[in-house]
Write a protein that binds this ligand. Structure first.
Ligand SMILES: O=C(O)CCC(=O)C(=O)O
Length: 270
C-alpha cells in the first residue's frame, strides 16, 4: 500500500481551508479490518485514559479511549503503512506531520449519549493552526447519526468555553464566551454532515465547532477512530494537566515544538 497522498486531494485542501471539515470517501478503505481489530483489542483492555459514558436512561454506553497507538499493534501498522501523514500534509499545506493522539469513539446501538457542540482546541495541549482530526468510521453511518460541523468556525480565532459532558466548566474562572445555542436556530448556521461507509474519513480542524447525535437510529454500532495530527507549526500549550487526554506526564513548556516520543513523525518518512 502506498504512503503517498492520492492524486486529486489538492482540490479538497481548499474546501478544508474554507469549511474546516470535509468528507473523504473511501480514503482509508484498505484499513477497515486492521482498525476494527485494533479497536476490539483496545476495548478488551482499556488504557489509563479510558473515559466511557453510561447513559442514566440505561441505554448502551459510549466507549472512549485515547493514545492507544503505543500498545495496539494494529494501530502501529496503520501508522506505518497508511498514507495518513501525506494526506494531512497536502490538506494542511505543511512540510511535516506528527501524530498528536488517537481517540477511539464507540457509540453502541441505542446509546442516547449526544456529543455536545464543542471545539477541540480548548481541550488540547497544542495550538490549532496546523491541525486535523481524521474521524474514520468502521461501520456504516447514516446521516442522522453523523458527526456534524459548523462550517467556517475554525476561522476567526474565537474559542468557546470548554465544558464536561455534564455541563460543568473544565477550567475554573474561565471567561471565554459560552458555546452558541446552535440547535435553537440550526438554520442560522451552515451545518455539514454526511452519510458514510467504513473507511471514509471526516477531516476537520481542531477549532471547528462540531458535535454528534445519539446512536438511536438504525440499531448499529458506531465504531470510529479519530486520528489527531499536527503540522510543524504546532506548539505545546500547558493546560495544567487537564484536557483530553490529560497528558500530565509531559515536561514540555508552553511554546515548545510538539516533539518527542509521544508525538511520532508521520511525514515525511525517513
Ligand atoms: O464521535 C463523536 O461522537 C464525536 C467525535 C468528536 O467530537 C471528535 O472526534 O472530536
Amino acid at each position: 500500500m502506498s504512503t503517498a497522498a492520492p492524486s486529486g486531494l489538492a482540490g479538497h485542501a481548499a474546501d478544508f481551508a474554507r469549511d474546516g471539515a470535509i468528507h473523504l470517501p473511501a480514503i482509508f478503505a484498505d484499513w477497515v479490518e486492521t482498525l476494527r481489530a485494533g479497536v476490539e483489542r483496545a476495548m478488551a483492555t482499556p488504557g489509563p485514559w479510558e473515559r466511557s459514558y453510561k447513559p442514566k436512561d440505561g441505554s448502551s454506553p459510549f466507549f472512549q479511549d485515547f493514545a492507544r497507538w503505543k500498545d495496539t499493534p494494529e494501530f502501529q501498522r496503520f501508522l506505518d503503512g497508511s498514507n495518513i501523514g501525506a494526506i494531512a500534509a497536502t490538506l494542511m499545506g505543511c512540510r511535516e506531520v506528527r501524530l498528536f493522539h488517537d481517540h477511539i469513539l464507540v457509540k453502541e446501538p441505542g446509546s442516547s449519549i449526544v456529543t455536545p457542540w464543542h471545539q477541540d482546541t480548548p481541550y488540547y495541549c497544542v495550538t490549532p493552526e496546523q491541525s486535523i482530526s481524521f474521524w474514520i468510521p468502521l461501520d456504516p453511518v447514516a446521516r442522522a447519526v453523523s458527526p456534524e460541523f459548523v462550517a467556517g468556525t475554525h476561522r476567526g480565532n474565537v474559542e468557546y468555553k470548554p465544558q464536561r459532558f455534564d455541563g460543568t466548566d473544565l477550567y475554573a474562572a474561565d471567561t471565554r464566551p459560552p458555546m452558541p445555542a446552535i440547535d435553537a436556530d440550526r438554520g442560522r448556521w451552515r451545518i455539514l454532515g454526511w452519510e458514510m461507509a467504513p473507511g471514509d474519513a471526516l477531516a476537520f480542524h481542531y477549532s471547528t465547532i462540531h458535535g454528534a447525535p445519539a446512536n438511536t437510529d438504525g440499531g448499529r454500532r458506531r465504531r470510529a477512530v479519530s486520528w489527531r495530527v499536527v503540522g510543524e507549526a504546532a506548539r505545546f500549550v500547558d493546560r495544567g494537566g487537564k484536557g483530553s487526554p490529560p497528558m500530565s506526564h509531559l515536561t514540555l513548556k508552553t511554546g515548545d515544538a510538539l516533539t518527542g516520543p509521544d508525538f511520532p513523525l508521520l511525514h515525511p518518512r525517513n
